[in-house]
Design a binder for this molecule. Structure first.
Ligand SMILES: CCCCC/C=C\C/C=C\C/C=C\C/C=C\CCCC(=O)SCCNC(=O)CCNC(=O)[C@H](O)C(C)(C)COP(=O)(O)OP(=O)(O)OC[C@H]1O[C@@H](n2cnc3c(N)ncnc32)[C@H](O)[C@@H]1OP(=O)(O)O
Length: 272
């Protein structure tokens, strides 16, 4: 190797090391700013000194609270919610608490599910995609700039009845046929509701099958109810049925059935 090629080789090695150090720094920063599933936040006991992808994953589920900024809960009312959306929200929200005999508050049959604008930062693909894409990955139903422009929704789950109800207000960006909601947007909401419901009933799930019958169009800007019910669970399989109706139940807009399969979260996240 002559001196110029040695020099070139040294620069290459050095720049690779710098690149790796920067990537590692960004990775650590990313790990620290991991802000989604709050249930996964527990106290850090011993911070690891060397992080492999697998131990990084373990670290992500054990980061100390000070590293997290409080994520915004998108399932709370905002100024874009119409009267019907608010009325139904208040109705189901009132069922999340009941008064016991002594007058103290107790958990009611329904539970409101909070909702954030991103899923796990290091989901499958994220590890292999460019850092730019990875750091920008967002749950698309929760990333519209203007409140009320697209998907406004809140989910309530009733574990005893194995039922989930979503109040959905369809914004103006979701137009398909003139004046009505796009079928893909409806499918997105059905997948979201049934998928969230199935993941409440089991663990992490992936949609394996989704069948949809569109019965009557949903007027753009209207509020509808999306109800998901457990049909049966068989091992890794969760079968759910779903209907989208007008808020008074008089009009059937959409019917669907879905199959979800439980998946191993570590494999999913690490791309195994
Ligand atoms: C970290 C969390 C990640 C999960 C997040 C999900 C929800 C979290 C909750 C809240 C988050 C907020 C919002 C949620 C929003 C939306 C949720 C939507 C979720 C999705 O939008 S997700 C994207 C679309 N989804 C896919 O991208 C899946 C691609 N696909 C696969 O990744 C595989 O295909 C997989 C994993 C499905 C199965 O693969 P696999 O290898 O594990 O299982 P295998 O193939 O062996 O099948 C085992 C048994 O299921 C039967 N079976 C399989 N597929 C079938 C089918 N289609 N119809 C009828 N039966 C079927 C077989 O026949 C066999 O049956 P048997 O055992 O009886 O022989």
């Amino acid at each position: 190797m002559n001196s110029s090629s040695f020099c070139f080789y040294s620069i290459l090695v050095t720049s690779n090391i710098v690149h790796m150090a920067r990537s590692f720094g960004r990775f650590l920063k990313g790990v620290q700013s991991f802000t989604s599933l709050p249930v996964m936040r527990t106290q850090l006991i011993h911070p690891p000194t060397c992080i492999s992808p697998r131990s990084a994953l373990r670290t992500m589920v054990a980061l100390p609270l000070p590293f997290f900024s409080k994520p915004r809960d998108f399932s709370l009312p905002n100024s874009s919610w119409g009267p019907e959306m608010l009325r139904l929200y208040n109705h189901y929200n009132s069922l999340t608490e009941v008064e016991a005999e002594g007058g103290e508050k107790q958990e009611g049959p329904w539970q409101r599910l909070p909702s954030y604008n991103r899923s796990l930062k290091y989901a499958k693909g994220g590890l292999y995609l460019s850092k730019i894409i990875q750091s920008k990955a967002r749950l698309f139903t929760r990333n519209m700039r203007n409140p009320g422009a697209a998907f406004e929704y809140v989910l309530f789950v009733n574990k005893e009845e194995q039922r989930c109800v979503c109040i959905f207000q369809a914004g103006y960006l979701l137009e398909g046929p003139p004046g009505y909601v796009h079928g893909g947007a409806i499918a997105t909401m059905i997948d979201t509701v049934t998928g969230t419901h199935a993941s409440q009933l089991s663990e992490a799930v992936m949609t394996a099958n989704l069948n949809i019958n569109y019965r009557s169009p949903i007027p753009l800007g209207s509020t509808v109810l999306i109800e998901s019910s457990l049909e049966v669970r068989e091992g890794r399989k969760t079968f759910v049925s779903c209907k989208v109706t007008s808020t008074n139940g008089s009009k059937m807009h959409t019917e669907a059935t879905a199959l979800f399969l439980s998946v191993n979260v570590s494999n999913l996240l690490l791309g195994a």
